[in-house]
Design a protein around this ligand. Structure first.
Ligand SMILES: Nc1ncnc2c1ncn2[C@@H]1O[C@H](COP(=O)(O)OP(=O)(O)OP(=O)(O)O)[C@@H](O)[C@H]1O
Length: 376
């Protein structure tokens, strides 16, 4: 079943929690609602589930309007961050619960719950009381309880929030496996960009009740619609540098320059914000800097080991427009011998550069090909 939101809005008195929101999730895909606390994710989710009424707009399940229907008539199942299980009941009884409430005949309950237990690999612990289980196992039970109703849409509301790091990774793989295996149209609500990128086919990034961008994880990473998305997706976030764009595509920063490029020609010249992913910066070992590379010089302020790479936080020699010290993050092959205070030179070319309007933050090259397409 496909899901569409058309101009969906919600106000609580004077508070506009969600502004005219347009979303599309194709059948069998997982849509992520991603954004910081208070951006309107939960409100959007509640309107889709029918727990909150919309103030305006339409919600469509496979083209059928549902915004006026009560939750029970929408056939949506929800998985909550706190599992919401009956602790004194067994795994079997928790999963069977929605069927029992509907008065489903016993043999049918046994068959359906049995299949779900097998699917979730819970058949070995069907008789255990859920309070004795780990957080990850409890969340699998609540997923089972959601699936047993054969819902048209399944909603995961911060499902991994209360889990340890290793259980998080395990369950996120498990949810993705089930979602693909069952072809479930799903919505994942999360504030964690790593989670959304790992699990979702399409992500809606929200801020202050407004949709910032709807796209695949790759699109959001390579071609962020604005500086908010650029800095929300990716860790460390994209570096943003003030620069001046000439009409021929030449780009100039405080102490760096890039030659004209076709990709930048045609844009209106003037002040811009240049966005650079940390892995697009290369450590230069000698005095090179020709061959079309721009060079940022500075000192290592902090180094973080990440196994096969090091993240360097570099304080640049050239100050920012207001005279304040500027920092960039660089993701370089590790382990590097560099220490705090060491001088470094970082080079970059224009191939992975994003350009943003310095006032509105909007991407000036929204139609540019993805980095992966350009490389192909
Ligand atoms: N029942 C309510 N009454 C008044 N304001 C509300 C209500 N529910 C949410 N809001 C407001 O609407 C905005 C969006 O809240 P919402 O809970 O949807 O954000 P969120 O992205 O889910 O945040 P979180 O991750 O913290 O739950 C916030 O400003 C919030 O204070």
């Amino acid at each position: 079943m496909s899901l569409d939101l058309q101009g969906v809005a919600k106000s609580y008195g004077d508070v506009a929690a969600v502004h005219a929101l347009d979303l599309h999730c194709p059948t069998g895909q997982m849509l992520g609602l991603l954004g910081p606390s208070g951006c309107g994710k939960s409100t959007t989710l509640k309107m889709i589930a029918g727990i909150e009424e919309v103030s305006a707009g339409r919600i469509l399940f496979s083209g059928r309007e549902v915004q006026a229907l009560p939750p029970g008539a929408r056939n949506i199942a929800m998985v909550f961050e706190d599992y919401a299980l009956y602790a004194h009941l067994s795994v079997f009884e928790n999963i069977a619960f929605p069927l029992r409430v509907r008065g489903t005949p016993k043999p049918e309950v046994a068959g359906k719950v049995g299949a779900i237990l097998k699917l979730l690999r819970l058949d070995g612990i069907a008789g255990e009381k859920v309070r004795k289980l780990s957080g990850g196992a409890q969340q699998r039970v609540s997923i089972g309880r959601a699936l047993v109703r054969n819902p048209e849409v399944i909603v995961f509301d911060e499902p991994l929030s209360h889990l340890d790091a290793d259980q998080k990774v395990e369950l996120r793989t498990e949810i993705k496996r089930l979602q693909q295996l069952q072809g479930l149209t799903s919505i994942l609500v999360t504030h964690d960009q790593t989670e959304a990128i790992a699990m979702c086919d399409v992500i809606a990034v929200m801020n202050a009740g407004e949709l910032q961008q709807l796209g695949s994880p790759q699109e959001l990473y390579d071609r962020p619609a604005n500086t908010f998305v650029a800095q929300f997706i990716g860790e460390p976030p994209m570096n943003l540098l003030a620069a001046e764009l000439a009409p021929d595509g030449r780009l100039t920063g405080p102490d760096w320059r890039l030659p004209p490029a076709a990709a930048r020609a045609g844009l209106t010249g003037g002040p811009v914000t240049a966005g650079l992913r940390p892995e697009a910066l290369r450590l230069l070992r000698d005095e090179t800097g020709g061959d079309g590379l721009a060079v940022l010089a500075g000192r290592v302020a902090f180094r973080e080991h990440r196994g096969d790479t090091d993240i360097l936080l570099v304080a640049l020699d050239a100050p920012g427009p207001d005279g304040a010290e500027l920092h960039v993050s660089a993701d370089v092959p590790g382990p590097s011998p560099l220490r705090q205070g060491d001088r470094v030179r970082l080079g970059f070319d224009g191939s992975r550069l994003c350009l943003f309007d310095p006032v509105t933050g909007r991407n000036l090259q929204a139609d540019a090909p993805l980095a992966t397409e350009a490389a192909a």
